[in-house]
Design a protein around this ligand. Structure first.
Ligand code: C2E
Ligand code: MG
Ligand code: MG
Ligand code: MG
Length: 299
């Protein structure tokens, strides 16, 4: 906001300070109204989760699910997370949203488990603010206990930016999550302002190659080389690689030849409803013994 103020001052001179103040007040009001609406939406049950399968080699080998939040707004219709998660992250409303996601996903896992399904781990996207907050660890421990779900069945996806904000706190929290057998992956790998040093300092399990590199990995040599290098790096560090946003067989084949282990994307599955997950799990033919050892240990 200070940057915007500087820009404004430069562009418009001091006479416009009044206008700028009004503009800012408006933006703050809008942000506040949106935050309120998110909180309200939570109370009124306007959010729901869809699940995108992650696969090993073929669609009938589902190794995990990523929970993705959706907002069915009463007037504005379906709002994608890219619209409201960044707003929620600006304030503390991200914590109740994020806690709702954790609760909902674990409740769902418990239901599937009680229905006798051979369940797979669910990955939840975690905002930096929630990761470093004091609220996360007790909440997760309590919910795992409440729903009687093993920590191995939970994974948190964290983007690189978060890891650089407060590395010491991240190490502390992640170490505690690992003690609960929860898996940790780096989401959108390669797009943040990454410093590779965090890879050796944090107890990570999985690197998710960002879809921007996957998109042209089979046609554009720079992206091919980037994918090759990320997979090399991950393999050397004993991390499992997941390619995100795989849309074609060509991309999947290229990534397989480079040693990528798991896949996620429209070529295999779009995010689906819980009902659909149920039928997919019923038909799942995953042989867990074939998986990289690091992610074998669930059940
Ligand atoms: P992400 O975690 O990187 O999730 C991947 C996004 O790519 C999802 O979009 C997914 O639907 C989309 N996607 C998957 N496969 C393909 C593909 O083959 N092609 C293309 N073009 N897209 C694909 P979505 O659901 O709109 O989520 C966007 C982002 O919003 C997520 O990126 C994540 O950062 C955030 N998000 C979603 N749900 C949550 C949540 O519960 N909590 C938090 N904190 N963030 C969330
Ligand atoms: Mg993700
Ligand atoms: Mg991602
Ligand atoms: Mg992404």
């Amino acid at each position: 906001q200070a940057d915007i103020a500087m820009y404004w001052a430069k562009q418009n001179g001091r006479d416009n300070a009044q206008m700028f103040a009004e503009e800012m007040a408006c933006a703050v009001t809008r942000q506040f109204a949106y935050e309120q609406e998110i909180g309200q939406g939570l109370k009124q049950g306007q959010f729901y989760l869809v699940y995108q399968p992650k696969v090993f080699q073929s669609p009938d080998q589902i190794t995990g699910l990523e929970a993705l939040i959706r907002w069915q707004h009463p007037e504005r219709g379906l709002i994608p997370p890219g619209d409201f998660i960044p707003v929620a992250e600006e304030s503390s409303v991200i914590i109740p949203v994020s806690e709702w996601v954790i609760d909902q996903a674990l409740k769902q896992l418990a239901q599937w488990q009680q229905a006798g399904l051979d369940i797979v781990p669910v990955a939840i996207n975690l905002s930096g603010r929630h990761l470093i907050s004091d609220a996360l660890l007790p909440y997760v421990a309590e919910k795992l206990k409440h729903y009687q779900i093993a920590g191995e069945l939970l994974e948190f996806e964290i983007t690189e930016g978060v890891l650089l904000q407060d590395i010491h706190r991240c190490i502390e929290v992640m170490t505690a999550l690992k003690a609960m057998n929860i898996r940790i992956s780096v989401d959108d790998f390669g797009t943040g302002y990454s410093s590779l040093s965090y890879l050796k300092r944090l107890p990570l399990d999985i690197l998710k190659i960002d879809q921007s590199f996957v998109e042209e990995c089979d046609t554009y040599s720079e992206d091919y080389k980037i994918c090759e290098t990320i997979i090399h790096l991950a393999t050397n560090l004993d991390l499992v690689t997941v390619a995100e946003g795989v849309e074609t067989a060509g991309q999947a084949d290229t990534l397989t030849s480079l040693g990528c282990q798991l896949f996620q994307g429209y070529h295999f599955y779009k995010p689906v409803s819980p009902d659909k997950v149920e039928s997919l799990l019923q038909q799942n033919k995953l042989d867990r013994a074939c998986l990289p050892q690091k992610i074998q240990g669930f059940q």
